[in-house]
Design a protein around this ligand. Structure first.
Ligand SMILES: Nc1nc2c(c(=O)[nH]1)N[C@H]1C(S)=C(S)[C@@H](COP(=O)(O)O)O[C@H]1N2
Ligand SMILES: [Mo]
Length: 426
């Protein structure tokens, strides 16, 4: 069989592009072939391939995470000498695990500075020898919406340290805070129902006392020596510079974030946004678009895009545009299948074994996309007539529910539908 130049071009391309075009299906390929003369489909494909190759890596390097830290000074900015004094280095760190004086729980063996038995880093590493857990998680601020970074977090389950305090009864919640310059007004606190600390629902990894990110000890900026990491939660539950766990008989959440009208029980939402979109294109040119998705508690089944021509009417009584003519985009395969590295500064670019959700032998993810992490997507939109357009994208979760549903409220985590304007020139 002889191939047309266009088909040969497609076949010759990197694995990434082949995977992408397989994903497009017959309709997508047909659209490409309808490209009018004067614009080459090869050029569009090539642009899309370049955009996919330039996508951010799946994992974020520790230093490339965006930082959301409170405190004056911010605890990660104080100098090494002072950090030693206040227990923010690995050899000076201590964790107290005590009863909440206001809602006492009964503990037989509180770990406290007073009695000299607070947990130190060496003890944590001893526990880590048999108890350490690793999992991938995207860190996202409930209010900012845009993920701060995606990483492989390693730690010891919080429950292992919880049980060292020998709680007997009256424990309904665990709350925790970190170093805050010893100033009560700078305290930033989070909390969990005790059941979440003790048990992991629906294949969710445990809540951990985390000391490594992407295989390296946590930097001061990321919350080192130890921070809490809650796999399914927004950033504010992931307390940095951890110093205290309180076992409490309080009946409801007492997170600092609750005081700011936030929905503190909200798990990560599924949503998507674009990464690269040409803002001006020529008529008759197909339009390469890439983006990311955050995969929330209900997973991710589809990414969809919709080009709305300005001046044309919007769907009526339909605030989330559910009746708009959305088109499927392609969710990209896991990085090795995409011919690119995992990123994040992983040693030898290998996912360390074992990591929850990855096959211990092959290092490949068992499912894709993975819950509580990022995924990437791409699409090649068909050529358009000259005019002004608005591109929107949305995710559809594993229950078939499209963004921003089923939880559209802003204070449970931002997930609004992004809009990008595009000019198509004659
Ligand atoms: N001790 C402490 N922990 C904290 C915060 C803080 O201000 N102080 N900010 C929280 C919030 S609101 C977010 S979104 C995440 C951000 O994590 P990152 O800075 O590692 O990206 O840290 C959380 N942990
Ligand atoms: Mo946040």
């Amino acid at each position: 069989m002889t191939l047309s130049p266009r088909d040969r071009f497609l076949q010759d391309h990197a694995f990434v592009t082949r995977r992408y075009f397989l994903g497009l299906g017959a309709a997508g390929i047909a659209a490409l072939h309808m490209t009018p003369l004067g614009w080459s489909a090869e050029q569009s494909v090539d642009q899309l391939r370049k955009a996919i190759e330039k996508l951010e890596p799946w994992l974020t390097r520790q230093d490339d995470f965006q930082d959301v830290s409170r405190g004056n000074p911010k605890p990660h900015s104080i100098d090494e000498e002072k950090r030693k004094q206040v227990g923010l280095t690995r050899d000076t760190w201590r964790l107290e695990v005590v009863s909440d004086p206001d809602h006492p729980a009964e503990l037989k063996n509180p770990l406290s500075a007073e009695t000299g038995n607070a947990l130190d880093f060496q003890q944590l590493m001893k526990l880590a020898e048999t108890r350490s857990v690793r999992f991938a998680k995207v860190m996202t601020c409930l209010n900012i919406g845009c993920p701060l970074g995606n990483g492989i977090w390693e730690g010891v389950p919080m429950r292992d340290v919880f049980w060292m305090a020998q709680p007997e009864k009256n424990v309904r919640r665990v709350f925790y805070h970190g170093y805050h310059n010893d100033k009560p007004e700078q305290l930033f606190r989070s909390s969990l129902p005790v059941g979440r600390v003790l048990e992991d629902p629906f294949d969710t990894p445990p809540v951990i006392l985390c000391y490594k990110l992407n295989g390296e000890f946590l930097t001061p900026e990321r919350g080192g020596p130890v921070r809490v990491v809650v796999p399914e939660a927004y950033g504010f539950k992931n307390i940095k510079w951890l110093t205290h766990l309180f076992l409490s008989n309080i009946a409801s959440a007492n997170d600092t974030y609750a005081e700011k009208n936030n929905d503190v029980d909200s798990p990560l939402k599924t949503f998507c946004a674009t990464l690269t979109v040409p803002r001006q294109v020529a008529a008759g040119q197909s339009i390469p678009v890439t983006g990311y998705a955050q995969v929330g508690i209900s997973g991710l089944s589809k990414i969809q895009v919709w080009m709305h021509r300005q001046g044309e009417s919007l769907p009526k009584d339909d605030p989330y545009y559910q009746s708009a003519p959305w088109q499927d985009a392609q969710i990209l395969p896991a990085p090795p299948g995409r011919g690119v590295a995992w990123g994040g500064g992983l040693a030898d670019d290998v996912i360390p074994s074992p990591t929850v959700g990855f096959d211990a032998n092959t290092g490949q993810p068992k499912t894709w996309p993975m819950r509580f992490t990022k995924a990437h997507w791409a699409t090649l939109l068909p050529p358009l007539d000259p005019g002004s357009y608005v591109l929107r994208c949305r995710s559809v979760d594993g229950n078939g529910i499209a963004q921003p549903m089923p939880r559209p409220f802003k204070k449970s985590g931002r997930a609004f539908i992004e809009r990008i304007s595009i000019q198509v020139k004659a």
